[in-house]
Write a protein that binds this ligand. Structure first.
Ligand SMILES: [Zn+2]
Ligand SMILES: [Zn+2]
Length: 142
């Protein structure tokens, strides 16, 4: 699994200090951050980074196809660097933790013709919800 920063370097993305910090914040596995979370983490590393730069860089990474916008996870749109591997999401209703998961079979083919209403269906997003082990043990969520 290649990380976002390496992929961007390989494709010759123009790397400034500010853009690099955004890519670093989004590098790793199971990363699903809102724009505000990206901004907060980027600011922690590079205090002078501007909100506009963070938002513009996010938009650019999405249009490059290197970061996915996930709208089905939680309320705010989240940015997911796992853009080249088909996956779905497992979300904790307690703390909001998000895991990348790979269900067996192709969920696209699970939709019968009669349920397609004549649509040409090209993508599917499945969100599994539940409680993570920590939240399951917390009496507050029981
Ligand atoms: Zn949880
Ligand atoms: Zn994901």
């Amino acid at each position: 699994m290649s990380n976002l920063l390496e992929r961007l370097r390989r494709r010759g993305w123009r790397m400034t200090a500010q853009r690099r910090v955004v890519a670093e914040v989004l590098s790793g596995e199971h990363i699903h951050l809102t724009a505000d979370e990206v901004l907060a983490r980027a600011t922690a590393r590079l205090p002078e980074i501007s909100r506009a730069t963070v938002y513009n860089t996010l938009g650019e990474l999405v249009s490059l196809g290197e970061v996915l916008e996930v709208s089905s996870v939680g309320r705010a749109k989240r940015y997911d660097p796992n853009a080249h591997e088909s996956h779905q999401h497992l979300v904790c209703s307690g703390c909001g933790a998000v895991r990348d998961v790979r269900p067996e079979g192709d969920p696209l083919t699970g939709l019968a013709d009669t349920d397609r209403f004549g649509f040409t269906v090209t993508a599917v997003e499945v969100t599994y919800r539940g409680l993570c082990p920590e939240c399951a043990e917390d009496p507050e969520h029981a």
